[in-house]
Design a protein around this ligand. Structure first.
Ligand SMILES: *Cc1c(COP(=O)(O)O)cnc(C)c1O
Length: 398
């Protein structure tokens, strides 16, 4: 019989009752070090007092009013994000897929309003992940996600990740934008070359295209800068965010320059929940922490420490780990074919460490941004024990 909870996920048989910082306690009494953070989402870890208090106080005062009225919490959050980013204006929604939908709509509207309704196509990349709505499974382009859901939404072209010649060859009179994750998350924690991002910016300028960045996973401090594209010294025209932006409370956002945002007039786009007082109270609390002096430098420092630890781990376990990749606190262990990421993930759970699998047989580490160097060392130690389980099996089999 079908479970009451629709079985769209292969869930691990773990249920958590409580969390504190980077630690989670399961109903079986075991304690876990959380280097998955609910898929790069619990940016402040679990039970962060400032975030908890902001949510509790706002929930008690007023949770939701709709966007038929002013929402001061949203006005404040937008103004703060504008001050801290390339953007001139921000639209709030509830998830990453929704943010990407809004971003692609903004791109199409921009060209339509500028007299080019024929420019509606977006160039995307192989290995991308942009979400699960009908349009975003088309933008993602993975045949597995498209199967059975009818004709793909028109207007998304795919080229190999990092291939500038392929990008230029794909540009036609109908091209509106180039859409990319600065680090492909689900696709295998693959960072784009910073020079590739700069070349994309230049190519967009050359052909009158908009550069649309999907920073749903890479943003909000995860890379060690507030936004990952800052490492490349470029600015997009439009950007999507979600995951870490609400610290675990559902919140998404479309960030845009004025030349894009000005065409999304009343009636062109909307949401009922999006940017409600509760979600924006959470967003403001997360921003308080992430923008506090020294916080992002601390993320960068602990990320470099973790990176060094993982390189050492890869050296000690060459039969399991083929390489380390990623940026900031979005890191991946690329595994050899004979060890599946699912199997190593399961072994890590046995050792008390939570991680997330990603594409191309990569084990993804996306811990809360508040981890310490001691937490990073502990994760490396637990991963080492998980690796040894495979080496032990191999020796035993000989
Ligand atoms: C997770 C993710 C999405 C989708 O976000 P949802 O909140 O699950 O809709 C889109 N883009 C990227 C890069 C993501 O990592």
């Amino acid at each position: 019989m079908i479970p009451a909870l629709m079985p769209t996920y292969n869930r691990a048989d773990l249920a958590f009752e409580r969390g504190e910082g980077a630690r989670l306690w399961a109903s079986d009494g075991r304690r876990y070090l959380d280097f998955g953070a609910g898929i790069a989402t619990s940016s402040l870890g679990h039970g962060h007092p400032h975030l908890v208090q902001a949510i509790a106080e706002q929930a008690a005062r007023v949770m939701h009013v709709s966007n038929l009225y002013r929402v001061p919490q949203a006005e404040t959050l937008a103004a703060r994000h504008v001050a801290a980013s390339f953007a001139d204006s921000v639209f709030f929604c509830n998830s990453g897929a929704e943010a990407n939908e809004g971003m692609v709509k903004a791109v199409r509207k921009f060209h339509a309003e500028n007299g080019h309704p024929e420019r509606f196509r977006t160039i995307c990349f192989e290995g991308a992940f942009h979400g699960r709505t009908l349009a975003m499974i088309s933008a993602t382009g993975n045949p597995k996600y498209l199967a059975g859901f009818g004709p793909p939404v028109e207007g998304f072209d795919h080229v190999p990740f990092g291939n500038m010649n392929a990008v230029r060859a794909a540009i036609t009179k109908e091209t509106a934008a180039i859409m990319i994750e600065p680090v492909q998350g689900e696709g295998g924690v693959r960072p784009a070359d910073l020079q590739f991002l700069r070349d994309l910016r230049a190519t967009c300028d050359e052909f009158g295209l908009l550069l649309a960045l999907d920073e749903v996973q890479t943003g909000m401090g995860r890379s060690g800068r507030l936004w990952a594209h800052q490492w490349a010294g470029i600015e997009p025209d439009v950007m999507s965010s979600a995951k870490g932006i609400g610290g675990g409370f559902p919140l998404g956002a479309v960030f845009a320059k004025e030349h894009v945002a000005k065409h999304l007039k009343p009636g062109t786009h909307g949401t009922t929940y999006g940017g409600n007082p509760l979600a924006c109270a959470a967003g403001n609390a997360v921003l308080d922490v992430v923008l506090a002096p020294g916080f992002l430098d601390g993320v960068d420092r602990v990320a470099r420490h973790l990176w060094r630890g993982l390189l050492g781990l890869a050296d000690r376990h060459p039969a399991v780990i083929a390489g380390v990749q990623g940026a900031g606190l979005l890191l991946g262990l690329k595994l050899h074919e004979q060890v599946s990421n699912g199997a190593l993930q399961e072994a890590a759970v046995q050792e008390g460490l939570l991680t997330v699998a990603a594409g191309m047989n990569v084990l993804r580490l996306a811990p809360p941004l508040i981890i310490t160097e001691a937490d990073a060392d502990e994760a490396v130690e637990l991963l080492g024990r998980a690796c040894r389980r495979f080496e032990a099996v191999k020796v035993a089999a000989k």
